[in-house]
Structures are given as C-alpha cells and as structure tokens.
Design a protein around this ligand. Sequence first.
Ligand SMILES: NC(=O)c1ccc[n+]([C@@H]2O[C@H](COP(=O)([O-])OP(=O)(O)OC[C@H]3O[C@@H](n4cnc5c(N)ncnc54)[C@H](OP(=O)(O)O)[C@@H]3O)[C@@H](O)[C@H]2O)c1
Length: 351
Amino acid sequence: MALKVTVVGVGLVGETIAHCLKERNFPCEWPPRVAATRERSKILAGESMLVEETTENVFKGADLVLFAGKEGARGASVTWRKTAEDAGAICIDNGRDFRLAADVPLVVPEVNADAIKEGVRFIASPNCSTIQLVVALAPLYKIERINRIIISTYQSTSGWGVEGPEELRRQTPAALESLENIAFDPKVFSRPVAFNCIPHIEPFMEEDYTREELKLIYETRKILGDQDIRISATAVRVPVFVGHGESIWIETERPIVPEEARDILRNSPGIVLMDDLTGENARSDENERNYPTPLDVYKYRDEVLVGRIRKDTSCPNGLVLWCVSDNLRKGAALNVVQIAEELVKKGILKP
Ligand SMILES: NC(=O)c1ccc[n+]([C@@H]2O[C@H](COP(=O)([O-])OP(=O)(O)OC[C@H]3O[C@@H](n4cnc5c(N)ncnc54)[C@H](OP(=O)(O)O)[C@@H]3O)[C@@H](O)[C@H]2O)c1
C-alpha cells in the first residue's frame, strides 16, 4: 500500500519536494497532501493541487510529514510537530528549529544514514550549506581526521525562500541603470543584492558570527560526530538564483595529497568531480582546468560538484577545495526525500 505523505509548506522547498517525490517514484499516494498557511490551488510538480490550510486535519492518517515551512516560534514544525507525531506520522524537517536537539538525528544519507534508527519519530535535514560541505568532506574525513575547517560560502538568493530571487529579479533592471540607491526590502536582504555580495546571512549572534555561520559550525560537528573540529565560517549572499558555492580549507591529521583527494572524491556517493585538465567546461587553453560553477546545477541537479582541489602551500597538512550544489534540491528537498527513502529501505516506513 502506498504511503500517505503530507508536505507542509509550498514555497521553493515544498515545491521542489513535490518534484523529487514524483521524479524518484517515492512509494506514496499521488498527489501527496499539501498544506501551507492558507488554502488555494497551486501547480506543483506540473499538476494543479489543492493546498490546504494547515490544521490538525492535514496530519490525520499521515505516515510521513515533510516540513518545509518557515522556522521559529510561529513556524510550521514548531507549531505542528507534536500534532503530527501524535497522529502517528514520522516527520522530517527542513528547518533549523530541532537540528541540534540531542534526540533528533541530523541526517545527510551519503554521510550518516546510520543515525536513522528503528523507533525514530522526527529527523532533521541540515542547512543547505552544511549539506554540501559534509558530502564533500566526509569521504576525506574517513581517510584522515580533519582537525580544522575554514569555509566561505557564496549563497544564492533562493536560500532565503521565495522572496530572495524576487528581490534579485526586481533590482536587476534598476541596477543596470544606476548602481546608486538601488531600492531594496531590508526584511529580505540587508543590502541590495543585485551586482553585490552581502557578508550577512541571518542575524548576528555570539562572537559576531551570523546564525548561518554558526549553523555551519555546529551542524557539521554533529553530522561528522566530532565536537572537537575547529571551524570558522563566513557566509555570503551573492546575486545568483540557485546554487551555492563554497570555498573550503581543511587541515587534516596527516597530509592528503590532491591526487589522493581526487581519487577518493571521484568514487564517493553524491559527488561529481569536476577537476580535470580538459573537462567539458574547460576552454581550449592548455593551462585551463575544469571546475563547477552555480550554473552547472541546472545540469547536475542532484550532486555536489567538487573542483579546484589543491595543496595549501602555506600549511603542510592543508588542502583547499571548491564545491557547488543546488540548495533547493540536495540542500533541502532532495535530501529530505533521500531520508524518506532510507526510512523505507530500513523497513521503518512500510509502503
Ligand atoms: N531555500 C533553501 O535553499 C532552503 C535550504 C534548506 C532548508 N531550507 C528551509 O526550508 C524551509 C522552507 O524554505 P523555503 O525556502 O521553501 O521558504 P518559502 O519559499 O518562504 O516557503 C515557506 C512556506 O512555508 C509556509 N509556511 C510558513 N509558515 C507556516 C506555518 N506556520 N504553517 C504552515 N505553513 C507555513 C508558507 O506558506 P504560504 O505559502 O501560505 O505563505 C510557504 O508555503 C525553511 O525552514 C528553510 O529554512 C530552505
């Protein structure tokens, strides 16, 4: 019998969840039940669906609830988690609210599917920038412990939700006329985002780090199961629609040479290595290299793309790399659907 799935939230992530469930033939009743703050109909996964207002009713009979609503006190999972669990559903949450709770597994299936155990009721999916970071680093960590990580992100506007790309689209024509005094909505981004880079994602918190930067630190430690990794992060919003880039520096216990890192990552799940001399993106110049950019996510929609692997010439055990991934798919919706697939594979959810 097909599983009964309820998706709460039909913004960028909820919409992408519907696509992923359909594309991957997830064994659920189709269409899934979908809910948001208010009732209307909406095209999801190419079909018109009834979006219900989220009330107790949408959780009745559900085997699986996928939360893709907003976070915080009035957000979807904080408001509805208990109702969904009481109705007997297993929940998977995209938001930050429960990610660091000791009794909530924080899962990226390629990295720590073993954190999903029989009896689990609620699972969190990490922040988009954390997911691609750990997919790229976990295979290296298995070979050599990583002592230290310094990461800078280049995060697309869709990471903010539906209003992010709208801001970029709205500002671009005005910015082409004049780069001075571009009108912007400070409730979305703190500065104009068109033709700009904003080193400020989410509020400033302890030690002047932003919440987005702290997520990268705490979530990475939890997923890799190592609270002692030293991590410093800088998260930057860039004028890209979809696809986050990350510049990653690591220091390992003993050195990993770039060729070894390439061999490891070439054969690791969820990764496409784009670091050869003549790859498809490289220009004909013999000194060119292939490497991923955010526009590559329109072709490689599900993977973490890794390139620019090189030795840190200033530090004996240092290695530098660059990765790109689709923040709405692997960074959110796809990861959630892959977690759901693990629940089925392990017999915890039985279609
Ligand atoms: N965007 C990303 O790249 C990304 C990556 C990883 C994780 N996430 C997380 O995924 C979640 C969804 O993000 P998004 O980008 O899809 O946001 P979004 O585009 O702003 O959509 C949010 C959706 O949640 C619904 N919603 C808000 N509060 C709700 C509530 N209390 N009850 C029920 N529904 C509620 C909204 O309903 P209405 O449509 O009725 O307004 C909307 O459909 C967030 O927690 C976000 O942090 C996002």
